[in-house]
Design a protein around this ligand. Structure first.
Ligand code: HEM
Length: 497
C-alpha cells in the first residue's frame, strides 16, 4: 500500500512499517466503520492541513455534502450535521463535555471559563461571570459607555469615508476591543480616540494567533527558547499579558461597589461563598473577555456592513427605519426595529463569526448518533457553518435575505421561526457553554448598526472591496481574507442589488 496522500500543504508516502502502523490504526480506530474518505481512517493530516490553511469549515462542509450528516474527519473525530444529534450533544446537562482541544488552545497557566472542562468547575465560574454580563447589569451600568464608544467610532468612520475611504474592519475591531477592554479592566484604553490598538491588545492578538497554530503544531512551542525578541514576543508573550492584566486586578480590588465587572465578580464571590477567584483568575478571565469579545463582534459588524452596502434597496430601507428613532434613543428603542434586528440575525446566519466545530467528547459507554454507534472518547464536532446553510432548513440558503426573520405581511410566521431553524441557528453556541457575552455583543451590534446607518446615509463600498477580498478565512473565527473592508462617500457604488 505504498500510496501517496497529498493535499495543499503536505504530502507523505507510506513505507512498509508504516503500512503495519496504519493497518493497526485503521483496525483499532473508533471511527473506522463510519462514512468518510478512506484516508481519514488512518490520519488526521488532511484535516490539519485544512485547519492550517484556514479552510476547515469548507472542508468539513464538503464532506457532509458528499458523505451525509455523520462523517469521519480523522481516526478520532467525527463531524455531525444531524439536528437531533446536535440537540443531544449540546443540551443542558449534557454528558458530552468540551474536548481537551480548548485547553491546548489556551496558553494560560490555569483554565478559565472558556477552557474549563469539568462542569463542577465550570458551573460556579459561569454563574459568577453571568451576573456581570447579564442584560440587566449591562443596561444599568454599561449602556451609556457602549453608546458613547459607538458614537465616537461611527464619527471616525464618517470622517475617513468623507475624506477618502474608511476601513470599517479596522474601526469595528477597535470598537469591540475598546468596549471589552474597558469592561475587563474597569478603565478605558481610549483606542477609538487614537485610532490604534494599544500594545496590550496587539500582544494579546499575537498570543491568540500563536496559540491557534501551536494546537496544531505543538513542537512550535520550542520557539519560545529562540533568543530573538520578535519570535519570543509571539511564542512567549504570557508574561507580558499577565503583567498588563495586573492593572485589571489592581482596579478590581480597589474599586468595590463601583462600575467594574471584576470588582462585582469578586464581591459576589465573597458575598455568597461560591468558590474563589484569585488574582490569576482575574488576569485570565479579563484576557478571555477581550479575546472572546473582540474579533467576534468586529467581524460580525464588518460583514453586516458589507452585506447591506451591496444591496442599495435594503440599505435605503434600513436607513429609513433607523432615521425614525428618537434623539437619545436607547437599547429598548432598538429592540423595536424589525428590519434592523432581522439584518443582524441574517448576518449571524450567513456570516457567523464563530462558525467552526465546537468539539465535544462522547461520554462513557459510547452513543448512538444519527443511526451510528460512536465509541466513548471520540470527538464529535458540530459546525454552525453547515447548519446555517442547510437547504432542508433555509430556503435559498446562500442568499442574504433578512426578510426571512420577519413575519409575512399576510400574518404568516417568519421562515426562521420554524422549530428546526430555531435549533439549527446558534451563532452564540448553545447550552451551558453558550456565549456569556451575548447581551453585550447584541447591545454593541444594535447600537453600531443604528448609529452607522443614521450617520452614514448613502455610503458605498470602496472599489478595492470585492467578493474576493471579503471571502472568509477560517481560524476558529472568520475574517475577510484582505483583513480590510473599505467604504466611502466618494465615487460610484461598484455593486448593484
Ligand atoms: C458577535 C459576537 C460573538 C459571537 C458570535 C460569539 C460566539 C461565541 C460562541 C459560538 C461561543 C461558544 C464556544 C464553544 O462552545 O466552543 C462563545 C463562548 C463564549 N463567549 Fe462569545 N461570542 C461573541 C461575543 C462575545 C463577547 C462580547 C464576549 C465578552 C464577554 C464573549 C465571551 C464569551 C465567553 C467567556 C465564552 C465561553 C463561555 C463558556 O464556556 O461558558 N463573547 N461565544
Amino acid at each position: 500500500m505504498a500510496e501517496t496522500i497529498s493535499c495543499a500543504c503536505c504530502t507523505f508516502r507510506c513505507s512498509r512499517s508504516e503500512d503495519i502502523q496504519f493497518t493497526y490504526i485503521a483496525a483499532t480506530s473508533p471511527t473506522s466503520n463510519l462514512p468518510g474518505p478512506w484516508y481519514t481512517r488512518f490520519t488526521h493530516l488532511r484535516l490539519k492541513c485544512a485547519v492550517m490553511t484556514g479552510q476547515r469549515i469548507f472542508y468539513i462542509d464538503s464532506l457532509h455534502k458528499k458523505y451525509g450528516p455523520i462523517v469521519r474527519l480523522s481516526p478520532t473525530e467525527v463531524g455531525v450535521a444531524d439536528l437531533d444529534a446536535f440537540r443531544e450533544i449540546h443540551k443542558i446537562g449534557t454528558k458530552y463535555l468540551k474536548s481537551d482541544w480548548y485547553q491546548q488552545l489556551a496558553n494560560f497557566p490555569k483554565a478559565g471559563i472558556f477552557t474549563m472542562i469539568d462542569p463542577r468547575e465550570h458551573g460556579p465560574r459561569r454563574k459568577l461571570l453571568s451576573r456581570s454580563f447579564s442584560r440587566s447589569y449591562l443596561l444599568e451600568h454599561w449602556e451609556s459607555t457602549v453608546r458613547e464608544k459607538v458614537a465616537l467610532c461611527v464619527a471616525q468612520i464618517k470622517k475617513d469615508a468623507t475624506r477618502d475611504v474608511a476601513d470599517v474592519y479596522h474601526w469595528w475591531m477597535l470598537l469591540a476591543s475598546d468596549v471589552t477592554a474597558h469592561l475587563a479592566f474597569g478603565e478605558s484604553f481610549n483606542m477609538l480616540q487614537t485610532g490604534q490598538a494599544n500594545q496590550f491588545i496587539r500582544v494579546l492578538k499575537k498570543l491568540t494567533m500563536a496559540a491557534g497554530i501551536m494546537v496544531e503544531l505543538p513542537l512550535l512551542r520550542l520557539f519560545r527558547f529562540v533568543p530573538i525578541p520578535a519570535v519570543q514576543e509571539i511564542f512567549n508573550c504570557n508574561e507580558y499579558i499577565f503583567r498588563g492584566a495586573d492593572r485589571a486586578v489592581q482596579l478590581a480590588r480597589s474599586r468595590p461597589g463601583e462600575k467594574n465587572v471584576f470588582a462585582k465578580v469578586i464581591e459576589d464571590c465573597e458575598k455568597e461563598g461560591e468558590g474563589t477567584i484569585d488574582d490569576m483568575d482575574v488576569r485570565i478571565e479579563a484576557s478571555n473577555v477581550i479575546i472572546a469579545g473582540t474579533d467576534t463582534t468586529g467581524v460580525t459588524l464588518t460583514y453586516l456592513t458589507w452585506a447591506v452596502l451591496q444591496r442599495p434597496q435594503l440599505q435605503k430601507a434600513l436607513e429609513d427605519e433607523v432615521s425614525k428613532l428618537p434623539e437619545g434613543f436607547t437599547e429598548n428603542d432598538l429592540l423595536d426595529l424589525p428590519l434592523m434586528n432581522a439584518v443582524i440575525e441574517e448576518t449571524h446566519r450567513l456570516y457567523c463569526a464563530a462558525p467552526s466545530s465546537l468539539p465535544r467528547v462522547v461520554p462513557q459507554g459510547g452513543s448512538q448518533i444519527g443511526g451510528h454507534y460512536i465509541p466513548q472518547g471520540t470527538t464529535v464536532s458540530t459546525q454552525a457553518y453547515t447548519f446555517h446553510r442547510d437547504a432542508n432548513i433555509w430556503s435559498d440558503p446562500l442568499t442574504f435575505n433578512p426578510y426571512r426573520w420577519i413575519p409575512t405581511k399576510e400574518g404568516g410566521s417568519a421562515e426562521a421561526s420554524t422549530p428546526d431553524a430555531k435549533t439549527a441557528f446558534h451563532p452564540f453556541g448553545v447550552g451551558a457553554r453558550s456565549c456569556v457575552g451575548i447581551h453585550l455583543a447584541r447591545m454593541e451590534l444594535r447600537y453600531a448598526t443604528a448609529f452607522f446607518f443614521r450617520e452614514c446615509k448613502g455610503v458605498k463600498l470602496g472599489k478595492k472591496t470585492t467578493p474576493q477580498t471579503m471571502e472568509f478565512e477560517n481560524f476558529f473565527l472568520i475574517a475577510p481574507t484582505a483583513h480590510r473592508c473599505e467604504i466611502t462617500f466618494r465615487g460610484e457604488n461598484m455593486l448593484g442589488e
